[in-house]
Write a protein that binds this ligand. Sequence first.
Ligand SMILES: [Zn+2]
Length: 94
Amino acid sequence: MTACKGMPTIDIDKLEESCKKRNSSGRRARRKYSILKRDDFRCTNCNSKTELTIAHIKPLNKSNGRNMSDFKLNECKVLCRRCHINEEHSTKEA
Ligand SMILES: [Zn+2]
């Protein structure tokens, strides 16, 4: 149960399966999938193909009121878990 530490990595097989759903989770899955596809299923920082996550380019904060599940193609990028964590730490204020 160590994999679940607030940074869920993407299981591409499962995601492909979710893309077939005809509901909001399917729609969200398709959006995530298109981000992954655009970035060639690699971390945009270190080119790793394992433990991928979707990161928001613009940091989410209270002022823009965005929801974590709101994945917009041009506002997201693929990062592996390690780079994602590094980036979160470097962008976090105080
Ligand atoms: Zn990386």
